[in-house]
Structures are given as structure tokens and as C-alpha cells.
Write a new protein. Structure first.
Length: 599
């Protein structure tokens, strides 16, 4: 028996009842009161999500209006991933992935000013660090605390380093370094005795990294793999002889972030160690990882000489380009301005597809599941998730690189992976849910062999395009990272402790955009005025008036003075204090762009 209830056209409730004797009991027939109560519960849940995101709302009917539908759901997805990490397809497990929780939940918390939540995440992660400085791939809590993956991919120790640097940079209290946190005891499944500090955990992590070098180099070795789970090494020697370009760039970014905060906290010896690690990476990066002007996906050291893996010169894999070393090297500031532009062109020309950027320019070879170079990439029969190469998380990190470069197509690329309006934008999109995050966009090929032979059907302008389906839902760090890109880079609202940086990256079509958001406990309306014109060059001074030709901020008509930040590839945003904003209700941001770039 199905019962349909309507409250005058505003909402519809459907109840399906059944029984074992062939007829539903009349007692199961609902009335309007429970339906109304359920609507109240759902509305309260919606208000909780919008409150967490500081009431963020886009006014009007412009292209970003769909964020009003999307972002509350993404916040809900991100909190599910944080509090009970299950997905609709990945419904087992419920473990914290060390890499995952140091990204999505932590970045979501920092984006909306919840520094205490970010601090709690960091303390739980460090409490599960092994005494040798390594960290588990994933771990569980309470009565399931004895369930965890002791070993981990090579990048895992780096994530808590970067997460702590981002926490302090975003305004988290630096006294976290002095917080006592015990190491994890494998033999007893509980924290060990003794009270080392978080700073001791940082030192132990660096000890681990520096004791796992590629022989004859100063480079952290590949180990059990990196972010792309499908590219785990198939041969034991690869774990020791290879270095991941992406992991090395990530480590460089973490070391550069930690050094100044450790220096400011008076831990000069540890600061010097992280500065030295960053310096060694910087000195070796161009010679060891860039060949013929192109970043290699990996480096394999043979007889002490670096040889590129996943590169135009790599005949063994046949794969020429890998996305995430390029985007992470840009984000980390490891490339020169010209090198960053060159790799941006490589991405646009070889990895960009209608449904998003792909991890590589072609899938790994498939020989009936026999692994030769990489494990799952050459074993899995499914054409989805990382195997299908369009992993939404990586596309979102690509938008982060665009934001740091100041590219005005940032908004378009964020909308590209929004399910809310995807059917209007992508003709090859197959039916999918509109109110949740999809971990991937999976090409609708029946098998690996068909995918390999017909890969061009995914590209723009093909006569017989293949459809793309939504992949696994919700279970990902992607929702939190996506929210960060919208708030911090697109809208340019970067919250810190008693200060805010205004650094929007919009295009001229966004002139007149209006966004409401609570800043420092005060509801504000932020209005954007975007015009074309000359911009400040990267070499201009960082004084109060520097960059005034491209960025001006007013609070209730008062022009705000502040420091213009320096970014690796352009002038950054305007850094102002909470006191300067006072109780201003309206903030006007005047932004000047030059072609397709905010510099």
C-alpha cells in the first residue's frame, strides 16, 4: 500500500507499507502530522548545515546561484565523511583515512572558521602515529580501535605536516605544538606511555622521511605508493628506487609551511631541519624531475641516474603525462612562472575533457589483469574511479592551481563538476543524483579493452561521444576541498585569526556578484565589481598601496588599507584586520583583471 500526502503543493511525502499476510494494516496509514514533523526535522538539519557554512548565500540568478543548492549538500557530505565515513556505494568500513581526514574535513573546518574542530582532527591523527614516525593508512575508534592498516602509502606521513601548517596559517593556535600526545603502541592497541608533544611528532615524522631515501639521493622514496591508489608499484625494487614527483612536491609545500611557524614558536632547530629538507628538494627538483621541459610522473633511479616514468619519453608505460605532479608543483610554488605556464598548457591540451581533467592522458595498459609496472591500474577490470582517470578530487585540486595562478576560468571549472546544473552543460552526462558529491566521472565503456581502443570518444568534438556516469557518492575528502575552493579562491574570503584576506578570482561576467556570509560573527554582504584593465606585476612592492590598481576593498564606503600578500605567480590578496571591518554590513571588492588572469 502506498500513501501520498501533500501539504498544498509545497512538499510530497511517500510512505510504502506492507505486511506478511497480504495486506497493509490501516494502523500503518500515516497522517499529516508526522509528515509535518519530518519536514521540521529536515529543515532543522538544513539550518545546521547553513550555520556551519556561516550562512553563505549567493544573491540573484547568476551562474553561481546553484551553489545555494550544492554547498549545503556538500557540507553535509563532508560531515558524513568526517563523522561516519561511509559512502552510498562504499558502505563498509567507517575508518578515518589519514590522508582523507587531513584534507576534506580539516579544510572544510578552516574554510568556515572552525579552528577548534581542525585542532581536534590533528590531535586524533597524531595520537595514532607509530613510534617510528610512520602513520597508518587508516584507523578506527572505540571498540574497533584494534582495526587499522599499519603500513601506508609513501605520501601518508606528509599529510599531517601540511595539515598542521595550514591550521596555524589559518589562525589556529600555535600552542598546539606543545600539546602532549602519546605515540600509538601496536602491541597493545592503545597510546603508549610518556608524554611527547606534537612538535616531537613532527620531528619523528621527519626522522622517518629522512631514513627512507632513494639510495644515493636526498629524496623521499616512493614506498607503497602515493595518492593514486591504482599506481602502487608492482615490483619490490620500485618501492626503493623510485620517487613520486607529486609526493616530493607535497613534502616541499609542507616543509615550507612549517618552517616559519616553528621559527616563530622558538623551535629553531626543528625549523632549520624542515628548511633544510625544503632546500634540498628545491635544489634537486629541476634536474631530477623535469625532462625536456616536462615533469615526469615518477623518477626511477637506475645506476644512480634518474629516468622518467610517465613522460613523453617513457616507452615502457606509453603514458606521457600525469596530472597531479603538475598541479601540486604549481600549488607548492616549486615551478618558475614560465614552467607553470608550460604545464598549464600541457594540462589544457592533453588532460582536459568535457567532464573534467583526467589523471593521465591515457589509461594504463591492460593485459588480462597481469601487473607489470603498477598493480591495480593493470589489474582492475572496471573502467571507473581512478582507472577511468576522471577523479573529481583531482579536478578540484586543479581548480586550486588555477586560483593560485589567478585564472579567471576558475569559476567555470568549479561548475564543470557541479551535479546541480551538469545536464545543461554536459550533453554526454548520463542520469545521476543532483544533490551529492560524485567521486568520479566514469566513461560508459563496457570493458578495459574497449576503453583503450575508443578513448578518443571522450574528447571534445567527437562524432560518437561516449556517455559518462557518476561514480561513488559522498565518501571522499572532495566535498570539503570543493567548498574551500569556492570560498577562499573564487570568492576570495580567506579567514584567519582576527583577520581576513580578500583575494577573489572572478571573471568579468561576474561583475555585480553579491554574496552574503558571516565574518567574525557579523553578517556581511560582499559585493564584487570586476573590470578589465592593467594589473600589478609580481615584482611590485607589498606595501599598503601596492596592487591598488587591481584590488580595492571598502567597508561601508571606507577604503581599507592593508598588506598585499605575495604569491609565487601573481600578487596576492589584501590582508586586513577584524578591527578594520568593525561592524560594517557591506563590503565592496573592486577587482581588475587582465584578459584571463588576475595577477
Amino acid at each position: 500500500m502506498a500513501i501520498f500526502l501533500s501539504n498544498g503543493g509545497q512538499a510530497l511525502s511517500v510512505t510504502i507499507a506492507g505486511s506478511m499476510d497480504g495486506g497493509a494494516s490501516e494502523e500503518s496509514t500515516p497522517d499529516a502530522a508526522p509528515a509535518a514533523s519530518e519536514r521540521e526535522i529536515l529543515h532543522a538539519h538544513y539550518l545546521a548545515m547553513t550555520s556551519f557554512m556561516q550562512g553563505l548565500h549567493v544573491a540573484g540568478e547568476g551562474r553561481f546561484a546553484e551553489f545555494n543548492v550544492l554547498l549545503p549538500w556538500l557540507v553535509q557530505n563532508a560531515l558524513v565523511h568526517f563523522l561516519s565515513p561511509h559512502g552510498l556505494e562504499q558502505y563498509g568500513g567507517a575508518a578515518w583515512g589519514t590522508r582523507d581526514v587531513c584534507q576534506g574535513p580539516l579544510e572544510l573546518a578552516l574554510t568556515f572558521g572552525h579552528a577548534d574542530l581542525a585542532r581536534a582532527i590533528l590531535l586524533k591523527v597524531f595520537a595514532h602515529q607509530n613510534p617510528d614516525g610512520s602513520l597508518p593508512q587508516w584507523f578506527m575508534f572505540d571498540q574497533y580501535a584494534d582495526l587499522y592498516r599499519h603500513d601506508s602509502h609513501g605520501d601518508i606521513p606528509v599529510w599531517p605536516l601540511l595539515a598542521l601548517a595550514e591550521y596555524v596559517e589559518a589562525g589556529g593556535r600555535p600552542d598546539l605544538l606543545d600539546e602532549p600526545v602519546a605515540f600509538w603502541r601496536d602491541d597493545a592497541f592503545h597510546p603508549s606511555s610518556g608524554l611527547p608533544t606534537v612538535a616531537d611528532h613532527l620531528a619523528r615524522t621527519l626522522d622517518y622521511i629522512q631514513s627512507h631515501r632513494v639510495p644515493g639521493t636526498d629524496l623521499f622514496c616512493y614506498g607503497e605508493g602515493d595518492w593514486d591508489d591504482t599506481l602502487q608499484p608492482a615490483q619490490e625494487s620500485m618501492k626503493r628506487q623510485m620517487a613520486s614527483t607529486w609526493t616530493i612536491a607535497l613534502l616541499y609545500q609542507a616543509c615550507c609551511g612549517l618552517q616559519p611557524l616553528l621559527e616563530a614558536a622558538g623551535r629553531t632547530d626543528l625549523a632549520s631541519r624542515f628548511a633544510g629538507e625544503a632546500g634540498r628538494i628545491k635544489a634537486e627538483f629541476a634536474d631530477s624531475f623535469i625532462f625536456q621541459g616536462v615533469l615526469a610522473g615518477y623518477i626511477n633511479f637506475v645506476d644512480g641516474q634518474p629516468r622518467p616514468v610517465i613522460h613523453p619519453s617513457d616507452a615502457r608505460t606509453g603514458i606521457r603525462y600525469r596530472l597531479i605532479p603538475m598541479t601540486r608543483s604549481i600549488i607548492a610554488g616549486l615551478l618558475t612562472l614560465d614552467q607553470a605556464a608550460d604545464h598549464e598548457r600541457i594540462i589544457e591540451g592533453n588532460l582536459h575533457y568535457p567532464d573534467g581533467v583526467r589523471l593521465m592522458d591515457r589509461p594504463a595498459s591492460f593485459h588480462d589483469g597481469v601487473a607489470r609496472v603498477f598493480k591495480r591500474a593493470e589489474q582492475a577490470a572496471n573502467v571507473g574511479r581512478e582507472i577511468g582517470l576522471m577523479y573529481t578530487h583531482a579536478h578540484v585540486r586543479y581548480t586550486e592551481a588555477l586560483g593560485l595562478l589567478g585564472r579567471t576560468r576558475l569559476g567555470r571549472e568549479l561548475l564543470r563538476v557541479s551535479p546541480v546544473g551538469q545536464f545543461r552543460r554536459l550533453t554526454t552526462s548520463e542520469p545521476r543524483q543532483r544533490n551529492c558529491y560524485f567521486a568520479s566521472s566514469d566513461a560508459d565503456f563496457p570493458d578495459r579493452y574497449t576503453a583503450a581502443s575508443q578513448w578518443s570518444r571522450l574528447k571534445v568534438g567527437t562524432e560518437d561521444p561516449v556517455g559518462v556516469r557518476g561514480g561513488w557518492r559522498i565518501y571522499s575528502s572532495g566535498p570539503g576541498i570543493y567548498c574551500r575552493q569556492v570560498v577562499q579562491h573564487l570568492f576570495g574570503l580567506q579567514l584567519h585569526d582576527r583577520r581576513v584576506v580578500f583575494d577573489p578570482v572572478l571573471s568579468q561576467e561576474d561583475d555585480g556578484l553579491e554574496v552574503a556570509m558571516t565574518l567574525f560573527g557579523q553578517p556581511r554582504t560582499i559585493r564584487y565589481h570586476v573590470a578589465a584593465g592593467p594589473v600589478a606585476a609580481p615584482g611590485d612592492t607589498g606595501s599598503e598601496d601596492a596592487g591598488s590598481g587591481r584590488l580595492r576593498v571598502e567597508a561601508d564606503g571606507r577604503r581599507l588599507k592593508g598588506r598585499i600578500l605575495e604569491l609565487p605567480y601573481r600578487k596576492g590578496g589584501l590582508d586586513v584586520t577584524q578591527g578594520q571591518l568593525a561592524d560594517a554590513a557591506h563590503i565592496d571588492i573592486f577587482l581588475t583583471i587582465d584578459g584571463q588572469t588576475v595577477q
